[in-house]
Design a protein around this ligand. Sequence first.
Ligand code: AMP
Ligand code: ZN
Length: 482
Amino acid sequence: MTGAQLTLYNSLTRSLEVFRPLDPERGVRVYSCGPTVYNYAHLGNLRAYVFTDTLSRVLSWKAGENAWGPLTHVINITDVGHLTSDADAGDDKMEAAARAQAKSIWDIAAHYTAAFKQNIADLNIRQPSRWSVATDHIAEMIDFAEKIAPDHCYALDSGLYFDVTTVPDYGRLAGNRDDAAEGRIDPVAGKRHPQDFAIWRKSPPGEQRQMEWDSPWGKGAPGWHLECSVMSIKYLGAPFDIHTGGIDHREIHHPNEIAQNQAFCGCGDSGAHFWMHNNFLVDRQGKMSKSKGGFTTLQSLIDAGVHPLAYRLMCLSAQYRSELEFSAENLAAALTRLKRLVMTVTALKARAEGEGTAPQAWLARLDEAVSDDLNTPRALPALDELLAEKKLAPADRLAGLAAFDAVLGLRLLELTREELRVRPVSAAITVQEIEDRLVERKEARLVKDFQRSDTIRDELAAAGVEVMDGDPLGWDWKPAFD
Ligand code: AMP
Ligand code: ZN
């Protein structure tokens, strides 16, 4: 198969560019800004990792065809330095959470990191080559800061600050942002320019932080942006191929990383060839955000009876650069679509004979869709058509499906109907009890005892289970959620 050229949108040039690894033999090197582990990830945060996983799966798919070397993907865990504002204002998010929950920061970090990794597993997101934890790299951050300090930084009582006028073209990534107008940059006494940012934040006199380290600029903690420059360069070298994050990072965090990278290399290079950003998951209140509270976690969906891969499918149904609205209706539609796919695959498996061969024409359709800036919404209908293509033997359709699913990551060959029927935690009834009651109800209907049949239906409804008579998908019941 002669594949399509992989084209990706580069936020740095604001244009679609053909992607080729900087060093094909060394492989493809990707760094993704990871979660700040002071709270559970909300569904918007997780959209960012469904996006990076799609990117990573597409890169693996294209690597085979182009003979690129291995994919190295690093995701960091931010357990220090991210303040309650993305600029230099407020408290450290980790310190604030530890105080509010009367726990140590280390316990907070361990708890929310484990919860995040569980989300990653539930969404069938591939493990990166490395999780790199900010607090494991403090000494390297200090070394990095010492190297850039003489030419690019100045010290104030509150810490060490980066002077953004010392690097070329500061803020190019963000475009024409107007921080002052949006009030995003909190004035720090003595800062030379509003966009200057903290490299090292000194602990205020008389105040002991849970997390603080000695440094040439006094006891304190690193600024948030430092960790990503240090860890990406350490594990991937500079420049590397692709740096990702949510679109909010295009405004402050990534321009600041770029400034640090330029200072470190003493050149104009941003540190990465492509900078890629996923758009927001929004709900009726606007952008979903952790700091606003009241956010929806993946676990809350599972608890309500929604399989987590329905959320993954919902993400894939939009291109990563479009906003995606989260609503119960959109989620329910994704769940129904996933059920339909699983039932089609189950039926094909029952009819398939022997090993199939993936049809070239369909592989080409998949390739064209995902090579066009990860256009998963275009790959999904192609998959539906493949599964329904009567001219193809079931085994061949399944072989084609395996190729699609290597990129979509929906576990379509393994998922069963039973797995999709997640029981809500609030349901006071087991799956076996539900099945037993449905058998009873069928018997009642056979003898035309409709009163009894209705009573059973009402009792099941009270237990959080909706009976589905005549469901076109052949589903006998569903959790009352959707
Ligand atoms: P944080 O844990 O706040 O550092 O964020 C983790 C990732 O989620 C970052 O890449 C953010 O840019 C991204 N992100 C935050 N909010 C949203 C949202 N509502 N939709 C999509 N991505 C988001
Ligand atoms: Zn980062």
